[in-house]
Design a protein. Structure first.
Length: 277
């Protein structure tokens, strides 16, 4: 594993990668170094075929307090073109996270301010603690949530994004769940146990099928019915049915045995009928 100054990247034998924001003394606030290291870490995860999915977490009390104060002070002294370079670096991070081929799950505790909401929104799924605090705080300091805004709108919808970007209100875990930023919100003392349950559940699934489903849903987008999309979905199910893991999954289902990607220690899936799509 490469050495990072602001992050930790861990991968266990099951293929579960955890990317930790690790600037506890700064409440995991972003600076240029962290953004660059996040880009490099995602490249590393993307190139590792043994990784089945990625967890994004923050060390210490907070997920991330947003932008580092010293970095913001430095940015205020830079000219337009240098600030544009900084913005492009942040955009590369957000787009690379959103387009990562494996499933991503953000786990949120404490503060998640500013750009942290971009990271959470760019993940496929997110869970958090009831007492977590979320805020699109940019307007309070004369800025706008520009680079992260497409991901936030996709996660919580345009109406909620307008409210929280314009008011800079803080809101908690349950409200984050209501508006779609979090998939689930839990009592803080149970969050780590819930993370393990999410991991166990994801480990039941075919790694190739999760990748294919993520690619499929990206292509489907908002679900507009077009001839091109119909052809794409027809080809997608045909391809995965004849793929090695597709064949293994169907055989395992018919033979009433676990498929070969399920660890021996994983809990048995509930009985259900074979899905058609």
């Amino acid at each position: 594993m490469d050495h990072f100054n602001t992050l930790e990247l861990q991968t266990d034998p099951r293929g579960v990668a955890t990317l930790w924001l690790s600037r506890e003394s700064k409440n995991n606030a972003f600076n240029a170094e962290m953004i660059r290291e996040l880009i490099l870490a995602l490249d590393q995860v993307s190139s590792d075929q043994s990784v089945r999915f990625l967890l994004l977490r923050g060390r210490g009390k907070h997920f991330s307090a947003g932008a580092d104060l010293a970095w913001m002070q430095q940015s205020a002294e830079l000219d337009y073109h240098t600030n544009l370079d900084d913005a492009r670096e942040l955009a590369e991070l957000m787009y690379n996270l959103a387009k990562l081929k494996i499933p991503t799950l953000a786990v949120v505790q404490g503060a998640a301010f500013g750009g942290a909401l971009g990271l959470i929104s760019a993940c496929d799924m997110a869970i958090g603690a009831d007492d977590a605090q979320f805020c699109l705080s940019e307007v309070r300091i004369g800025l706008a949530p520009a680079v992260i805004s497409p991901f936030v709108v996709q996660a919580i919808g345009e109406r909620a994004a307008r409210r929280y970007a314009l008011t800079a209100e803080r809101f908690g875990g349950q409200r984050a769940k209501e508006i779609g930023l979090l998939s689930e919100s839990y009592p803080p003392e149970t969050l780590n146990d819930q993370v393990e349950q999410w991991i166990d559940n994801l480990l039941l699934n075919s790694p190739a099928a999760m990748r294919a489903s993520k690619e499929l849903l990206r292509e489907v987008g908002n679900g507009a019915l077009t001839p091109a999309l119909r052809r794409y979905t027809e080809n997608a199910i045909a391809r995965i049915r004849v793929s090695p893991e597709g064949q293994e999954g169907l055989r395992a289902f018919l033979q009433k045995r676990p498929p070969n990607w399920q660890a021996e220690s994983a809990p048995a899936p509930s009985k259900s009928k074979e899905p058609r799509r």
